[in-house]
Design a protein around this ligand. Sequence first.
Ligand code: HEC
Length: 401
Amino acid sequence: MSEALLPGQLARAWSADPAIAGPLALAAALYARGTVVLWARAGTAHGLRRRDVLAFAAGWTVLALALLSPLHELSETLFSAHMVQHELLMAVAAPLIVLGRPLVAFLWSMPASWRRRAARAAGSGRPAAAWRALARPSVAWLAYALATWGWHAPRLYDAALASAPIHALQHATFLATALFFWWALLHGARHRYGAAVLYLFATAVHTTALGAILALSARPLYPAYASTAAWGLSPLEDQQLAGLIMWVPACLAYLVAALALMLAWMREGDRRLPRAVAAPASLAALLLVVLLAGCDREPAERSRRELVDGNAERGREIMPAYGCNACHSIPGVRGTDARVGPPLAGIGSRSFIAGVLPNQPDNMIRWIRDPQAVDSLTARPNLGVSARDARDIAGYLYTLR
Ligand code: HEC
């Protein structure tokens, strides 16, 4: 462990460790390039929305500050500062980065031929199947909980403080499990609002418990944090402060996320709900959902269907006229066992369209009408589908889960 940091040294304790600054700069460059290429192709704010880009920029900034600002140095001296750093990584930067859909941007930052290969590899084969099996909110929740509790075992924590590689491993585990956790909750193929809210609550509960253990312990648990006096704290007070930080503000972050998800759920579930009713109603629903999460039925996919607002039955009937079934097998559309394009069974619950665009209603309609505008290399022809027909077809495709 390095020398204890003194208050007078704080302002100059910025770090430019290339092992951290390098990957951060690379991630920013890839994201920026992907966004520029995608927007040039699909139209500004299509594929990635402006707010996705803002979320990524905000998450990236918080991450960079947590890892390179004086907070990083201070966290070697004060347990409470280390706690702030970890909570910034896990409860602030990670969800913002995930909201920014970095995988879409990274895919589009690649040369076109790589992108298609990567999209294809990600959408098929054994690794993809294994990933789908693994990427459940329950698994992600468990990984996040294990990382949080495991690294706070005093032995492991002290080992991390004593060795730079173990410390780097600790941060990498925190960040990776947090990204996985938030991704599974916010975007995963099995994304369900009810389950996401429930797992956020469960996380708030167990991190509150850990925070309370730290705050209420009668003795310091981490001997490495012994030189806290220059900061006006005894080691025990420092630990109490750290416990409180995990207990209250971090817990609040999970609850705010749960509340935001509730609101999004209600807004998608019932577009006619007036705003004045939505806020109090969502609080009531917050309580309800804890009771009902067990029987939650795929609101995300149901609402995609409602959002396109197409006549699904008509959509099913007109597809043969466009020859969709000459290339695709489509459940419910007769005489099709075609294999030119991918089977469309289950398209309603897939996360991506043709492996590259997030499966959102506006993207689906865009794809049906003009696939080359989205991806100039695609084998899928432009069939001159009218706007109304595209909406009805999308309406039907979203019934296929
Ligand atoms: C000439 C053959 C052909 C026709 C006709 C055709 N498609 Fe496709 N479609 C493809 C191919 C090939 C792909 C895969 C494209 C890719 O990955 O770039 C595809 C991809 C798709 C996808 C994305 C599937 C996924 O798994 O993400 C959808 C949705 C789709 N087509 C819908 C339609 C609809 C609706 C019609 C009729 C209006 C239609 N297609 C007509 C060849 C065709």
